[in-house]
Design a protein around this ligand. Structure first.
Ligand code: FES
Length: 113
């Protein structure tokens, strides 16, 4: 059974999130309420995710790579996210989990999983 986060609802309101190791191996598959904050969901499931700034978008420690490929799975980058990625010298293809919401099925990867 896939662990689920979010209020009960119809299947169409849920999205599947695969967590992948750097090797590509699937660490875990989660079922989330569509639109949930990624960082909040990961922490709710006890998944290790960086958080030096407690999720306010300035430390860059929660950076993950979206493997979805279509660019629509996570909400678009905000100006704050762009600034933090640049200031912290992080790769432009990374996303800050605390600043994005999950809108569609996808997979993400963190180097430390
Ligand atoms: S927790 Fe600090 S930028 Fe996301």
């Amino acid at each position: 059974m896939i662990p689920t986060f979010g209020q009960a609802g119809t299947q169409s309101e849920k999205v599947t999130l695969e967590l992948r190791r750097k090797s590509g191996e699937i660490l875990k598959t989660l079922l989330l309420r569509k639109g949930v904050n990624l960082w909040v969901a990961l922490r709710r499931f006890g998944i290790p995710v960086g958080a030096s700034c407690s999720g306010v978008g300035v430390c860059g420690k929660c950076a993950v790579r979206n493997l979805g490929g279509q660019g629509i799975e996570l909400t678009p980058r905000t100006e704050l996210e762009e600034q933090t990625l640049s200031r912290q010298g992080l790769a432009s293809d990374l996303r800050l989990a605390c600043l994005c919401r999950v809108n569609a099925d996808t997979a993400i990867q963190a180097d430390y999983w």
